[in-house]
Design a protein around this ligand. Structure first.
Ligand code: SF4
Length: 367
């Protein structure tokens, strides 16, 4: 990657074309949990599809009106031919809506591209879960290697080491963020970290290293909060929080800290290490974590980051998140932590009503 100021994102299409020119395959990956190390080891760059811009028009005839915007805009992107650059698609078994989308793309669109599914297990985990997950890894490897390159075990071990290093750097960054030692505003912080959704791991690690090696600039915001939910791109909400001098001190977001894990390089077998890492992921609605566990996790995050409240940013019609919400809100209230739920479209902008609700909530936290 050319040297860059990490606050400015590289041009994504140009970057992806450069990766192709280097002989890499590109796989369009829908949210959220998948063994990226296996893809890297096969010389495949995962290009995650969370929040394509634009308004959905073509997708509407394939989908019911009450479907989340990540699924709707993702399908729109495909139907508009804007994913022609990728060599295939991967659909992790995140929710029913994404499984439905996988079936539309695979069975009805005749794209002439391979479509893979990854069936990761849901809670409660049992004695068979470990074996099941490991078997799913092997199935995915077999499917990918039948179309792309053969797998090299040494390269997979190296990718695990890279993943571990990325996790270590992210952990440092989360801590700097929690303790007000990063110079980024909320609206800069998330776009920077989200570059990991399409950068090659060595490039992403270089970016993270530059952040942790940079100057730390302590700042003292008036109010700290925890963000929960999904987050694809409510940049305007983050900017409003900046304006209100509110810091997101920690998060429980599906596309950030909820996906955080540290694969252990001590395992002699990389698939065992990946299995262990999956089973130790933070609580998440999309893996069916018991709500009491998620609640405890949120309370710990709020206490550990001295946050005064929790804001849930949920894409409209996101069933896994909406199912958990009533009990989470009630549990937080019992623990003396205020919360606010904001349901969003993608790239939605700020309405006057939303601005007023957020301002009122922040003002209430300050009292
Ligand atoms: S936002 Fe919710 S419903 Fe939509 S893809 Fe993600 S988990 Fe599924």
């Amino acid at each position: 990657m050319a040297d860059q100021n990490f606050k400015s994102e590289p041009n994504r299409i140009q970057y992806l074309n450069e990766q192709k020119a280097q002989g890499r395959y590109l796989l369009g990956v829908f949210p959220a949990l998948y063994p990226r190390e296996i893809l890297w080891a096969l010389n495949i760059l995962p290009v995650e599809i969370w929040d394509p811009p634009g308004t959905a028009v073509l997708a509407n005839k394939h989908l019911q009106p009450y479907i989340c915007p990540i699924v709707r805009n993702g399908l729109e992107l495909i139907l508009r031919g804007e994913t022609d650059i990728v060599d295939g698609f991967l659909f992790p078994h995140t929710c029913d809506s994404l499984q439905n989308l996988a079936s539309i793309v695979n069975d009805h669109l005749e794209l002439n591209k391979p479509v893979f599914s990854f069936y990761h297990p849901k809670m409660p985990y049992t004695a068979a879960t470990q074996k099941f997950y490991r078997a799913q890894l092997e199935i995915l490897i077999n499917q990918l290697t039948s179309i792309f390159s053969p797998i090299d075990t040494d390269r997979l071990t190296e990718c695990l080491r890279l993943s571990h290093e990325i996790g270590r750097q992210l952990n440092k960054i989360f801590k700097l963020q929690r303790t007000n030692q990063l110079s980024f505003s909320n609206s800069e912080y998330y776009p920077i970290l989200r570059q990991g959704e399409f950068l090659w791991p060595e490039d992403y690690l270089k970016l993270l290293n530059e952040i942790t090696a940079g100057e730390t600039i302590p700042s003292k915001p008036d109010t700290a909060i925890v963000l929960s939910g999904i987050l694809p791109n409510p940049v305007e909400i983050l900017s409003l929080l900046d304006k209100l001098n509110v810091k997101v001190a920690a998060d429980d977001l599906l596309n950030n800290q909820r996906r955080f894990y540290l694969p252990q390089s001590k395992f002699s077998n990389p698939l065992d290490a990946l299995t262990e890492a999956y089973l130790k992921r933070p609580p998440c609605s999309t893996i069916g974590t018991p709500i009491s566990e998620r609640l405890n996790h949120l309370i710990k995050l709020a206490i550990g980051s001295k946050a005064k409240g929790v804001v849930f940013l949920i894409p409209k019609f996101c069933e896994p998140e909406l199912f958990d919400l009533p009990q989470l809100k009630q549990g937080l209230q019992k623990a003396g932590i205020s919360s606010l739920v904001i349901e969003t479209e993608l790239n939605c902008g700020l309405t006057g009503q939303l601005t007023t609700r957020l301002e009122a909530f922040i003002e209430m936290l300050g009292n």
